[in-house]
Design a protein around this ligand. Sequence first.
Ligand code: SAM
Length: 269
Amino acid sequence: MSDSMIKDDQDTEYQEYDESYNAILEGVWGEGFLSPGGPEEVDSILEGLDLTDYTILDIGCGLGGADFHIAQSYKIKQITGIDIADNLVNHCKQTAIAKNLADNTSFLTVKPGPLPFDEGAMDIVFSKDSIIHIADKHSLAKDIYRVLRPGGWFAASDWLASHDGPPSSEMIAYEEAEGLDFGLAGHDTYEHALQEAGFQNIEFNNRNGWYRNQAREERSNLAGPLYEELKEKTGSAFVDQLIDIWDKMIIVLDRGELCPTHLRAQRPL
Ligand SMILES: C[S@@+](CC[C@H](N)C(=O)[O-])C[C@H]1O[C@@H](n2cnc3c(N)ncnc32)[C@H](O)[C@@H]1O
C-alpha cells in the first residue's frame, strides 16, 4: 500500500469516523458495527471456513463488533484488528477488557501503508466494508497475499461499484453526501488485483439484492423509532443529514451501481 491511499494528515489524528457519526452508525447497525448486517453478516462472510486455532487479521476494525463476535463465536487463537483511527482502536481496547476478551483479541493503530505483519503470519485476512477506503486495491491485494500463510484465505465484504467506468451523477451525489474518502472500484478491479497478486479460488457474491431491502428498513428506522434517540446524541441536523445520505444511497442501490459484495480468495498452498 502506498501513503497516498488515504487522504490522511500524518500529523493529526484521523477523524473521519468521529463520535457523532459512530453513534448514528452504531444506532442503525448495532453495537460495535459501522457497517450493515451485524454478526449474521460476519458469519456469512466466513461461512464454510474452520477457524479453529487460527490467527486472523481484520483490516479496518472500526469499533470491533466483528472482532468480538469472531472471538466469542469461533475457537480462534487470536484476532488482531487494525485501523487508522486512534479513537476507534482505543475504544476497541477498552471494550476487549470490558468483555473479558483481551486474551484473544488485540487492536493496533496503523498508518496507511504496508501491513505491519510478517510474511505468512495470518491464517485468515478478514475485512468488513473498509477496503473501500483504500484506493490502491492492487498493492493491498499483494500485501494481503504476503501476510497470509500458503493455503490461507482472504474473506471480506466491501462496497463495490457495478462497473469501473465513470460514476453516474447519482453515484457522485451519494459519494459527496457521504463526504468520506471513498476509493470505490468495480468488480473487475478487485478481480484483477487478486489475480495479479497470485490468489486462486477467487469468488464474488454481490449482496445488492439483500441490502436494497435492508437499507429501506434502516432509513425507516432512522426517520422513525431511532430519530429521537439519535437526535439526543447528535442533534437533529445530523440525523437529517444521515437520512439524506440514505436516500441517495438507496438510489444507487436501486440502480444496481452500488454493490455490497462478499469476497473470497485463497493463497495457493
Ligand atoms: C465502514 S468502517 C467499517 C468498520 C468495521 N469493519 C465494521 O464493519 O464495523 C471502515 C473502517 O476502515 C477504517 N480504515 C480506513 N482506511 C483504513 C486503512 N488504510 N487501514 C485500516 N483501516 C482503515 C476506518 O477508520 C473505519 O474504521
